[in-house]
Ligand binder design. Sequence first.
Ligand code: PEP
Ligand code: MG
Length: 591
Amino acid sequence: MSELMSKQISIRGISGSPGICIGKAYIVDREGVNLIKRYPISDAQIPIEIDRFKQSVSKAKNDYAKIIKSIDKAIEGNIDILETHLVLFKDKMLYGKTLDTIATDKINAEWALRKVSRRAKAMFAQIDDPYLKARVNDIDQVTDKIMSSLVGAQDKKISDINKRVIIVAHDLSPADTSQIQLEMIKGFVTDKGGKDSHTSIVAKSLKIPSVLGLGKATVNVKNDDILIVDGSSGLLIINPDEDTIIDYVERQIRFEAYRAGLEREAHLPAITKDGVALKLMANIELVEEIVAAKDYGATDIGLFRTEFLYLDLKRFPTEDELFSKYRELVELMAPHSVTIRTLDINGDKVNPYLSVIEEANPSLGLRAVRFCLENENVFITQLKAILRAAVVGNIKLLIPMISCVEEIIQVKQVIRKAIFELEREKKKFNRDIPLGAMIEVPSAAIVAEYLAEHVDFFSIGTNDLIQYSMAIDRRNRQVAHLYQALNPAVLRLIKMTCDAAKKKGIDIVMCGEMAGDPINIPVLIGMGLTNLSMNSASIPVIKNMIRNIDSQKARDSMGKIMTLNTVKEITDYLLNEYKDILPFQGADGTI
Ligand code: PEP
Ligand code: MG
């Protein structure tokens, strides 16, 4: 094909999960909803615009009524919410005001609706009453529904997709991503999102290539366009030329062969060349992932993220529901350990049904243990379920986002309350389980020595530790270049934590994605870390790296590494020292 006729466009984003796929685009976003335009209308157009708005509301209302009819009566909580929405469709505040705004401002219905909805949300957000605050989400959802019907968008659900496609979306929540059916979805790309966001973590565990943070993929790509997703290099190619397709088919074959080779070796021990044994564990979100974790060679579950059960249910689960999930999990893993992390919602794992407050900075807000301490009943319910499951298996209890000593002391008080309730209810439970603090906030790393007095182990969560120490939102593509695991500041915080654990004689694990990137392994071994937990799909490549490393050399080079000032100097040093054993290089050097 001649260069002039080429329609090929390449857009660089952020690698969400490695691998290459080639296929047709399927746009799933609420098309157009994010791209609302304002345009003036004439006096004569006002009644037409008003009529268009009324018809869209009627259509949205009818859709809702159909959904309510089809819902299982057992899930009454959901029906209540939908019925609240039905009332909102014709509420004066939203419906009446939008009609007025179309006429008085002489603007199109979409813009009028957006203006009215923003004002209403701002008003509710200021109210102290939590029930009324929760109406912010209801307004959002009703507005979205009317807007979709106004712009003629179809509601496409990921779980409904029935052809082999590549998803193109403005954004996918971790819950959306977990609905992906592997036999249907080859890969996905999104406008938003950053490295080690929860969306990328779920994509890695599904082993489908993804590129995030592309900015305008949903604008540049049309349905059925041919796409190449190079998840290893973070590249999206739209309408590739024939030569590019041939090149990428070859790369895809090489990558699959490389991955298959590693997976064949997944069951060899994780021992360095000079005989230091490491424990490689898996981070999982769903019980169903255990089989894959074992296949990839994980010995234990080093992090079980419990929030997905809450997100999927759209309400708080009961103690028995949680207990039966946890019991299933620990039984499947017995006699190996399962580290259950208590609820870490808010931040980027928000559920509109659970989150009552609109926060300007959710990652700095009432997230994780802060949410649990504020909502003690929710916390106690979960703790009771964990303590009960500990009767049948080997559980460790991990608390996320600890930022000071007072918090861990408070957590221990709540654990005592959970124990008291279990005793009163005469339920079987096991109180002798190790308690750990996640070290993922810089303040916790700095006072790690004090925290060590109160817990049995630390688990370093680098996904958040990097986010908080570099002051960057891990989902924000604009600042993704500052998401630097090997930044000297991050390394110092990790080292402080390792040194504190060693001095106080407590166990230490790293469970952030940093542990799943081969280039970081010499540094982690050099700091004395021997327990690493990661996305299970990363275990084979990390095992291979460990088996080629000399731990003494890694320890000796720490002195030098800790004197280097920039992430580039550190990366260059490691690339140079370990060039012979670093794995398969993608188009731009990433695996
Ligand atoms: C982390 O922050 O490193 C971590 C493991 O937790 P999450 O990714 O769930 O925030
Ligand atoms: Mg975290």
